[in-house]
Design a protein. Structure first.
Length: 329
């Protein structure tokens, strides 16, 4: 048994199938993989679709990867203090969105955590087997308020600040790939990059692109799972079990609390966010994980469609925001 979440704009007319054929393609990107399921017109070749998606993913890596020493992000991170760095338009879009969310969340989302991410072993510097020393954490240069961005998309390097866009760039990659597919004349597709998804139109049989919301491993909840119709919607899920390490009997999540400078420990095990824009869903899921006990109130106030799963002494419990509840059939 499942609950069903349906976008408010899904109507019988919008669910009519179009002429075409089923296509399934995939490729590597960002340390994970991308997958495209599409109902594509006969005139659009699989090679053209694969090239379009891969090019979109490659652009994000070239601009925003902290693992690529020649990326625009890495060049900013190594720039001397006082330098105004001209960002490419796509990266400027992502950084601007990250700073806006940082403002909205009081810093729960922070794109300047590169040094802290490396100290905790979740960045390009490699894994660690124990928490970093408090002195090193305190000395790491981080803080979104130190960034300045002008109208031309130039970003000021105040000195030693290292961007990390891993909490938003993957979602943006999904959006960019979706735009590339649409530019080829494909209107019905589902794109995934490492668990972040965006759907458009319907499948060849007129059914929406159904996606089941991920739950934490071992989570037993009284509520049945949720199946979402990704029709003009994106979904992103953040979880405290991903890319975690254990030391001295404690699990450390890869999602960092920018204020505490430590992995989140607010009781949230997973956050799933539905949004029209995958970049926003991705960043909001990260921010809500950091907000922890305040996540539900933020989602309600801002109209965010979110499903939260908390760890309690008795097990797991679910909470949904009003915006999410309105999508449940």
């Amino acid at each position: 048994m499942r609950r069903v979440a349906v976008p408010l704009g899904l109507t019988p007319a919008s669910a009519r199938p179009r002429e075409g054929r089923t296509v399934r393609l995939s490729g590597p990107t960002m340390g994970v993989s991308w997958t495209l399921n599409a109902h594509a017109p006969a005139a659009v070749s699989e090679a053209a679709l694969a090239d379009a998606v891969q090019a979109a993913c490659n652009l994000v890596v070239a601009q925003m990867s902290s693992w690529e020493p020649g990326s625009d992000l890495s060049l900013f991170n190594s720039a001397p203090a006082g330098s105004w760095i001209a960002l490419p338009p796509e990266m400027a879009t992502v950084v601007r969105a990250g700073l806006e969310l940082a403002e909205a969340t009081g810093g729960a989302f922070d794109p300047t955590l590169g040094a802290l991410v490396d100290l905790w072993g979740f960045g390009a510097a490699g894994a660690v087997d124990r928490p970093p020393q408090a002195e090193a954490l305190a000395a790491a240069r981080a803080g979104w308020r130190s960034l300045q961005m002008d109208a031309r998309g130039r970003l000021l390097q105040p000195g030693g600040v290292r961007l990390d866009l891993s909490g938003i760039a993957k979602g943006y990659g999904v959006d960019l790939a979706a735009q590339a597919v649409q530019a080829l004349g494909v209107r019905d597709f589902l794109i995934e990059i490492g668990g972040e998804l965006r759907g458009s139109g319907v499948k060849g049989d007129g059914e929406p692109w159904w996606v089941e919301i991920e739950r934490p491993p071992g989570a037993e909840l009284p509520e049945p799972p949720v199946l979402v119709a990704l029709h003009g919607l994106s979904i992103a899920t953040s979880g405290d079990w991903r890319r975690a390490f254990t030391a001295d009997g404690r699990r450390y999540s890869h999602t960092l609390n920018p204020v505490a400078r430590t992995p989140v420990a607010g009781g949230l095990a997973a956050v799933s966010v539905l949004h029209r824009v995958c970049m926003q869903a991705d960043a909001l899921a990260t921010a809500l994980m950091v907000l922890g006990p305040e996540a539900a109130a933020f989602a309600e106030e801002r109209g965010v469609a979110a499903l939260l799963v908390r760890r309690t002494d008795e097990g797991f419990e679910e909470q949904i925001s009003p915006a999410f509840a309105r999508l449940l059939d």
